[in-house]
Design a protein around this ligand. Sequence first.
Ligand code: SF4
Length: 147
Amino acid sequence: MKLRINTIDYKGSIVDGPGIRTVLFVQGCDKHCPGCHNPCTWDRKDGIELEIEEIISNLRKKCHNKKLTISGGEPLLQYPTVLELVKSIQDFDIALYTGFEIEDVPSEIFQYIKYLKVGSYIEKKRTTITPYIGSANQKFIRLKDLR
Ligand code: SF4
C-alpha cells in the first residue's frame, strides 16, 4: 500500500505531542484553513508516494525514541493506508493530528494510537498557551483517558 506524503521530519518536534517527536506530514488536505502552517501539504497530487514498508523501514532506522506524530495535510483522507501503517508500528508511541472532529474519526484506529488531536485550525482562536494545539477550538486527547 502506498501513502502520499509531503515529508518526514526527523529533527524532533516538541509541539506535536509529548516528548521529542518525529513528524510524518501526509500530503493532501481539502480544508484550506486560513493561516494554515502547511499549505504545501494541501495539493493531493503533490508530494511523493511511498510504500508503507519503506516508511516503516525509515522510521525504524531514524526515529530512535519511537515517538511519532502523523500530521499533514489530512491523514484521514488516506485512512486505510494510515490504519495499516499504525497497525504495523505498535511498538511506537503514536499521535494522530486531524482536522476532523472526533465523531468523524473512525473509532477503529483509537486502539492503535496514543494521542489524537482533533479540529480544524481557526486563526481567530489561535493559541500559543495550550500545549500541542494551534487554536483553542482544537482538542488534544490522550486516548486511554477515553477508554
Ligand atoms: S486541516 Fe490542518 S493541514 Fe488542513 S488546512 Fe487546516 S490547518 Fe492546514
